[in-house]
Design a protein around this ligand. Structure first.
Ligand code: AMP
Length: 189
């Protein structure tokens, strides 16, 4: 199986590149942000809980997020592999993911990390907020909070995969297709 963690701060282009990668490599796409938003739209209990964190730019608690990911993994029994987009975002989530994949006799192949500087992220998120309708993309304070949460809580996940020799940084600024090519090169090597 080919199991990729597509990593990077909010606004790095994970969603855009995931769409292209799943098409090319035939992988199942697990975006925790998308799943939370679908739950919010559907008015589920999980959606109501997630919304209370998402609206503030905070992480949904590990327990909830890991439980949700586990049931999503089960829905894709028989997949050729996965793109994990926006997960794991904490060390506890990374450890849980390793354990879940081990139960399926597989593991993370690599982490591809899109690297984009903060000023560019702020610009991109505000721009995206104009079209996406996402409340968390429209408020500069919430955007800054999400970037801070990434720096404080999510960066350790990088070290987690570096220690396993699975970390690969990719320049996330430039043409979408050019970044996509760099991602494919890293995968195909
Ligand atoms: P995203 O679409 O990946 O930017 O995620 C939007 C929001 O959903 C984040 O700001 C968090 O509030 C929540 N979220 C998404 N993925 C996770 C995760 N792995 N752990 C905790 N919260 C998450």
């Amino acid at each position: 199986m080919l199991n990729i963690v597509l990593f990077g701060p909010p606004g790095a282009g994970k969603g855009t590149q995931s769409e292209k990668l799943i098409q090319k490599y035939g992988l199942a796409h697990l975006s925790t942000g998308d799943i939370f938003r679908a739950n919010i739209k559907g008015g589920t209990e999980l959606g109501t809980l997630a919304k209370s964190y998402i609206d503030k730019g905070q992480l949904v608690p590990d327990e909830v997020t890991i439980g949700m990911l586990e049931s999503e993994l089960k829905k894709h029994d028989g997949a050729k592999g996965f793109i994990f987009d926006g997960f794991p975002r904490t060390s506890a989530q990374a450890e849980a993911l390793d354990a879940l994949l081990a139960k399926m006799n597989t593991e993370i192949t690599m982490m591809l990390a899109l690297e984009v500087e903060e000023e560019e992220l702020r610009k991109r998120l505000l721009l995206r907020g104009k079209d996406s309708g996402r409340a968390d993309d429209q408020n500069p304070e919430i955007i800054q909070n999400r970037i801070n949460v990434y720096n404080n809580e999510t960066t350790p996940v990088k070290h987690f995969y570096t220690k396993q020799n699975k970390y690969k940084g990719i320049q996330g600024i430039g043409e979408i297709d050019f970044i996509f090519e760099a991602l494919c090169k890293a995968i195909d090597n």
